[in-house]
Design a protein around this ligand. Structure first.
Ligand code: HPA
Length: 253
């Protein structure tokens, strides 16, 4: 089964029917993880909203372990993560989509592994390529199919380095300069430790990121939350089309 982990602005998959939900108890929280199920003909997709239904869980407080463990427990094999990000690379303008191929992790203090207790042996996963290449290619093809059918053409960067900051505050201009010098194309707060936890449980994982603002100091424009939320909302219909195309390619051939 495919799962979508929805981020800021994500509001379901158009054309799919809400077909119930699961509440999964995990070793990582007394609260259950809510997984919504969306169906179309014989295909069911699991959806987790990482910031919660009311968008009230900030990036550093998300229980990434519980979310990934719960998805694995119900039989999910592939995860498409949706991430709102800020653009550092001049091509990553607001409204553009990015399918990152690399990560630099600047986050800290998050529970970032399943391999820390009751171990027979210390375990290190290979994380050279943090995203699953086959899933990235499917998302790329899905993007191009959606763009072809759309009146409003969108820009895609089909690779790029995602710098994951701690948040919840946005960055300083100097921090963004440092990220640029490090080679980051985009900046967000939620891909880590999500991607690493997925790899630990051998789940396929790719990110489809929507640029909702220029990162701090990239332009003179002030960062306004209302504008960020508006661009996130505007991108969501298109995102829903891409997800539908991903499902077609992955499950309905
Ligand atoms: N920085 C970090 N995370 C973000 C941004 C940003 O500018 N925009 C959306 N998520």
């Amino acid at each position: 089964m495919l799962a979508i982990i929805g981020g800021t602005g994500f509001d379901g998959i158009q054309g799919f029917k809400e077909s119930g939900f699961k509440r999964i108890l995990t070793p990582y929280s007394k609260d259950r993880v809510i997984i919504e199920l969306y169906s179309k003909s014989s295909t069911t997709v699991a959806v987790v909203l990482r910031h919660g239904k009311k968008h009230h869980v900030p990036p550093h407080k998300i229980n990434y372990r519980a979310n990934i463990w719960a998805l694995h427990a119900i039989g999910v094999e592939s995860i498409l993560a949706i991430n709102a990000i800020g653009g550092i690379n001049p091509k990553a303008e607001p409204g553009a989509f990015i399918i990152p191929d690399q990560i630099i992790d600047y986050s800290h203090g998050r529970d970032a592994t399943f391999y820390e207790e009751n171990l027979d042996q210390v375990t290190h996963i290979d994380f050279t390529d943090p995203f699953t290449e086959e899933l990235r290619q499917i998302v790329k093809d899905a993007f191009h199919a959606s763009n072809k059918n759309s009146n409003q053409k969108r820009i895609l960067l089909d690779n790029g380095v995602y710098g994951c900051t701690q948040g919840p505050r946005l960055e300083t201009a100097a921090e963004i300069n440092r990220l640029r010098q490090d080679g980051c194309d985009i900046v967000g707060m939620t891909v880590m430790p999500e991607a690493a936890l997925a790899r630990e449980l051998k789940l396929d994982y790719a990110s489809l990121a929507l640029c909702v603002n220029w990162a701090a100091g990239v332009t003179d424009e002030k960062l306004v939350m209302d504008t960020i939320n508006l661009i996130a909302k505007e991108g969501m219909d298109f995102l829903s089309d891409i997800i539908t195309e991903v499902i077609k390619r992955k499950f309905q051939n």
